[in-house]
Design a protein around this ligand. Structure first.
Ligand code: GAP
Length: 491
């Protein structure tokens, strides 16, 4: 498995992710997506939206505002419950989440070895003096304060006056924007249960211990669905909410597999009672084997009728659905598949990373699914000194870029250009050469064909330039390289 350091370094070097405000020394745990990172991120969001919103007749979309009425957060429970226990070291003043202390390696000055310094693995005792950690895990010297509850919401003020009446919050999840619009969507779109509302947007949490690159940050993006079901319905003999919860777990798992995550890098983690959020009947996390170990990629929760009932209570508006058959008003139950865009990106990146040996040389390749790759096609001239080759290559790039992300590069020899595209995961390169354009003064006959190179097999096929859009139409919508190559003949 690739290390986080390798990914961070690749991301910076190749324009995926940069430290935020780097020229000022950086902002803790904030990251900027560079030219390739933003393409990758946009493509993840685009396929998610297409697969879960656009293509499903039981789904609609929403884009709610980040700033909401402050009572939303009282009703949702975030003002009172969205807290983590925090402790501080009295010596080095580092801050920790009290519930995560035992997951950290700890520094120990061992009395049984004349005070020698050791770093002891998380949760283990010192093998010399058998003692366990009681002091600060980072400096090994300071006492820790008793835990204090720390609310993770970012406070801000609406309007020019910074007074209590103007306090509001940056949303810590996109979900609440969906709940408060339930009635609007129900009425305007005339939906029948079950149906879902999908939303992609930024969320903010003042995490005590952010870190691990883009895994845990204070500003991140979520792709969330609130799927409303009638709790009195049964599907295949089971309560509708339980049936749909399992269906969504399976659909989410299948989605990550479809876009290239290895099955053995995904597993399900059921929350036990202690872990369950205050609103949840059951929550299952999809965990991914990140470079930092198995961790949450997304959660799929059964939020019951908690949120709609809370908002009905605090707003005084009835948030119910009228069941025509039973002639009764019901408060729907909600199944919530909630994924982080940044974590999904990190998982796709880690899973795509390969180091291979090709003819005695190391090749780094990101084997992204073709629909996710930041660059779909790179057009490369074999000889950058030949104007006709360069002109043809630039024109092809322009044509392809009307359909996909296409780039032109002539800054190195062809072998090196291929390696550069491999390293950023470009699935296909098109090379324009002497044969493509010919040259009457040199007696070269043009065949009008270009070479397409496949990133994964490194095989090449020769195709008429005029057919490129059709060929990439096949390749980039799921047709296999083998099938396309069989159709046109290998170069
Ligand atoms: N509405 C439910 C909800 O927000 P969550 O488990 O707190 O549930 C859902 O968050 C997903 O959002 C997580 O599985 C993760 O992918 C992403 N996420 C949460 N906190 C994050 C953070 N600080 N940085 C990056 N992603 C985060």
């Amino acid at each position: 498995m690739v290390t986080m350091e390798t990914l961070v370094s690749l991301c910076k070097r190749r324009g995926f992710v940069f430290q935020s405000s780097e020229i000022y020394g950086g902002t803790g745990s904030c990251w900027d997506y560079g030219p390739l990172g933003v393409e990758l991120k946009n493509k993840i969001k685009r396929v998610w939206w297409r697969d879960f919103v656009q293509q499903r007749s039981d789904m609609v979309g929403l884009d709610a505002s980040i700033l909401m009425h402050p009572t939303v957060w009282k009703a949702s429970g975030h003002v009172d419950h969205f807290t983590d226990p925090m402790v501080d070291c009295l010596e080095c003043h580092h801050r920790f989440r009290a519930d995560q202390l035992d997951e950290l390696d700890w520094v120990h000055y061992c009395p049984a070895t004349k005070g020698n310094k050791f770093t002891i693995p998380a949760g283990e005792a010192c093998t010399h003096c058998q003692s366990r950690r009681t002091l600060c895990p980072d400096c090994g010297k300071g006492q820790l304060t008793p835990p204090r509850q720390f609310n993770l919401m970012f406070k801000t003020f609406m309007g020019p006056v910074e007074e209590d009446a103007a306090v509001t919050y940056l949303r810590p999840e996109t979900a609440q924007g969906i709940f408060v619009n339930f009635e609007n969507v129900l009425q305007s779109m005339r939906r029948k249960l079950p149906f879902g509302i999908g939303q992609i947007g930024k969320a903010f949490r003042n995490e005590i211990t952010p870190g691990n690159f883009i895994f845990r940050t204070r500003e991140f993006e979520q792709m969330e669905i609130e799927y409303f079901v009638n709790p009195h319905d049964t599907v295949e003999g089971r309560p509708a909410d339980e049936y749909w919860h399992d269906r969504w777990i399976e659909d989410c798992r299948a989605w990550f597999l479809r876009y290239g995550v290895e099955a053995e890098h995904l597993r399900l983690h059921e929350h036990d009672r202690a872990e369950l959020a205050h609103y949840s009947k059951r929550t299952a996390d999809l965990q991914y084997r990140f470079p930092i170990g198995w961790s949450e990629l997304m959660g799929i929760a059964n939020r019951t009728d908690f949120d709609l009932k809370q908002h009905a209570k605090w707003s005084g508006k009835a948030l119910t659905y009228f069941d025509e058959e039973r002639k009764e008003h019901v408060v729907p139950y909600v199944v919530e598949p909630s994924a982080g865009v940044d974590r999904a990106l990190l998982a796709f990146l880690a899973d795509a990373y390969r180091e291979e040996e090709v003819r005695g040389e190391k090749r780094v390749v990101l084997r992204f699914h073709p629909e996710l790759a930041p660059v779909s096609v790179a057009v490369l001239p074999l000889l950058k000194k030949r104007d006709d080759i360069v002109r043809t290559a630039l024109a092809l790039r322009d044509e392809l870029s009307r359909h996909w992300t296409a780039v032109y590069d002539d800054t190195a020899a062809i072998g090196r250009l291929y390696r550069r595209q491999d390293e950023v995961g470009t699935p296909y390169c098109v090379t324009v050469d002497v044969q493509t354009v010919g040259g009457s003064d040199r007696g070269e006959v043009a065949d009008g064909k270009v070479t397409i190179r496949d990133r994964d097999s490194m095989e090449q096929i020769r195709v008429e330039a005029s057919r490129l859009v059709a060929v990439f139409g096949d390749l980039l919508s799921g047709k296999s390289w083998a099938d396309v190559a069989a159709g046109v003949g290998r170069a």
